[in-house]
Design a protein around this ligand. Structure first.
Ligand code: FES
Length: 124
C-alpha cells in the first residue's frame, strides 16, 4: 500500500474517518478492510452534501459508478473533483496526444471539476 504510514496516522485522528477496500483478497493474503468495489463504501459514509467535496482518482472505469453513487447522495456536480488519465507526450498542449475534444489534459488538468467536464464527450 502506498503512503501506508499516512493512512495509519489517519486512524489516530478524531477529525478523519477513512475506510479502505480492495476489490478482492486472495485467501493467501491478509486484509482487515472491506472487500468490494469502492462504491460499496459510499452508502456507509454519513455526510452533508452541502458541506462535502469528493476527490475521485483511480482507474477511469470506476468514475461513472462513483459519480452515480455520489449523485444519489445529492452531492452537487461542482463538489466533485476528478483526475483524468490520458497518455501524454509533449505535456504542453502542442501535440494533441492527450486531447479530449476541447480539453488538453496535460495543460488544462489533469485535475478537473466534474461540473466543467461532465458534458464533454469521451471525457469520462
Ligand atoms: S500531451 Fe501533448 S497536448 Fe497534451
Amino acid at each position: 500500500m502506498l503512503f501506508s504510514e499516512e493512512v495509519a496516522s489517519w486512524s489516530q485522528r478524531d477529525d478523519i474517518e477513512h475506510k479502505l477496500t480492495v476489490d478482492k483478497c486472495p485467501e493467501s493474503e491478509f486484509w482487515e478492510g472491506n472487500i468490494g468495489v469502492i462504491t460499496t463504501l459510499i452508502p456507509e459514509v454519513d455526510f452533508d452534501p452541502v458541506k462535502t467535496y469528493a476527490v475521485v482518482c483511480g482507474p477511469p472505469v470506476m468514475y461513472k459508478y462513483v459519480i452515480q453513487e455520489l449523485k444519489k447522495r445529492n452531492l452537487p456536480d461542482d463538489h466533485i473533483t476528478i483526475s483524468l488519465e490520458r497518455r501524454m507526450r509533449c505535456g504542453e498542449g502542442k501535440c494533441g496526444h492527450c486531447q479530449i475534444n476541447q480539453i488538453y489534459v496535460c495543460k488544462d488538468g489533469p485535475v478537473f471539476n466534474y461540473a466543467d467536464i461532465k458534458d464533454v464527450p469521451e471525457a469520462l
